[in-house]
Design a binder for this molecule. Structure first.
Ligand code: PLP
Length: 397
């Protein structure tokens, strides 16, 4: 959100909702401030649908019908079928359903993933290794998984391949369609399915996303990366039969994710998604312009170096600075800017960013000095210029 106070948003009642201004906000890959319409929808749904969607009385049926309407509308935006969508508390839970499903298998096999995945994937690997799974983590030289590396890693024991669509530290966009096709080809000789999963949190609403064309089996998403509310996300599942729920509970979400549905968050997510897809390509182009401004401003300045590859989401830009990243980030924070010294989704952000950058082939020194600037379609050229100017001033000492 840019540095201005929005006028109070008057809802249909007389309660004013003031969306408070934030500092110069360039940390949208960590989370985006909730959008006005998504917030309005959240409040309105809380007021209008007060019953449990599983209840069989009239109010429950109304809530259930609205839940399903939201599912259909989300499916329509993403060109999916409503049966493909399982609402979860966010991407972390969606990923945990997939990784946790492996523990149900009678015998362990091979998992192929990458060294640049988000912690939401990586944190499952120690337990899986302990349970006998053979975990192969592909490198990502320059930010990209080499399709040949994936082809070479596939073996008869492989059950899961997990490669993220857009990296949260660098924005690098993987060619998921190509990687999935290598797996599909291998399946023909294997005569059995391998589950292809893609954590697509940073792709949703920001870069081209076509899960059906990519031919993936599963994907994870979080609403709060696209100006939706926190605590809601979804798991895309092409076919539910290969997956076991973490918590079957009362059978909600067709038995894939038990627990009373958060209808207000789901409908607010739907609004945020629909909004993200209005003029999506133009928004991406605008953000690409801001990204280019930053790249060009630092290209002749050898105190800085651009870390994000060119084939990256314009929404995410990592830059190596002349100072350790914590110091540089702190100096920007003191001047009113929000950026991140890596991926700020956990309290272990530095280590995570370092792991990703070192897997890309950067030296520990470069990775220790990197900061992440992440835009949204509400970012402005003025504020981006101010950020550039402030970064140069900090470098001047
Ligand atoms: N995957 C990626 C690529 C992310 O960037 C994030 C959050 O930053 C997640 C997964 C986890 O999302 P959440 O914290 O909303 O569950």
């Amino acid at each position: 959100m840019d540095n201005h106070i929005r006028p109070p948003l008057l809802l249909f009642s007389s309660i004013p909702i003031l969306i408070v201004a934030m500092d110069f906000y360039f940390d949208n890959a960590a989370t985006t401030p909730i959008g006005a319409r998504a917030l309005e929808e959240y409040v309105e749904t809380c007021r209008t649908y007060q019953a449990n969607p599983s209840s069989i009385h009239r109010e429950g049926l109304r809530a259930h019908a609205y839940l399903e309407e939201n599912r259909v509308r989300i499916a329509n935006v993403l060109n999916l079928d409503k049966e493909n969508i399982v609402f979860t508390s966010g991407a972390t839970e969606a990923i945990s359903i997939i990784m946790g499903s492996l523990l149900w298998q009678k015998t362990p096999g091979r998992i192929i993933t990458t060294r640049i995945e988000h912690e939401a994937v990586l944190s499952h690997l120690p337990l899986l290794r302990e349970k006998g799974w053979d975990v192969v983590q592909l490198r990502a030289k320059g930010g990209f998984v080499d399709p040949d590396d994936l082809g070479n890693a596939l073996n008869r024991e492989t059950r899961l391949v997990a490669v993220m669509s857009v990296n949260n530290v660098t924005g690098a966009i993987q060619d998921i369609g190509r990687l999935a096709s290598i797996v599909r080809q291998y399946e023909k000789t294997l005569k059995r399915k391998i589950f292809f999963f893609s954590d697509s949190v940073q792709a949703l609403g920001k870069t081209g996303l076509d899960l059906k064309a990519w031919d993936v089996d599963g994907a994870s998403f979080s609403a709060h990366k696209i100006a939706g509310p926190r605590g809601i996300g979804m798991l895309y599942l092409k076919n539910r039969s290969q997956v076991r729920p973490l918590a079957p509970a009362g059978g909600q979400e067709s038995g894939m994710r038990g627990g009373t549905e958060n209808l207000a968050a789901i409908s607010s997510f739907r609004v945020a998604l629909e909004e993200a897809y209005i003029d999506r390509a133009q928004k991406e182009e605008k953000v690409a312009g801001l990204n280019r401004m930053v790249r060009d401003s630092f290209s002749g300045d050898d105190r800085f170096s651009i870390i994000s590859p060119e084939k990256a989401s314009p929404y995410i830009l990592s830059i190596a600075t002349p100072l350790p990243s914590e110091v540089f980030t702190r100096m920007l924070i003191d001047r009113g800017f929000c950026v991140s010294s890596g991926s700020a989704c956990s309290n272990n952000a530095r280590k995570k960013a370092g792991g990703v950058l070192e897997a890309m082939g950067f030296s520990p020194k470069t990775s220790m000095s990197s900061i992440r600037i992440s835009f949204s379609d509400t970012s402005t050229a003025e504020n981006t210029e101010l950020l550039i100017k402030t970064m140069k001033e900090i470098a001047n000492g």
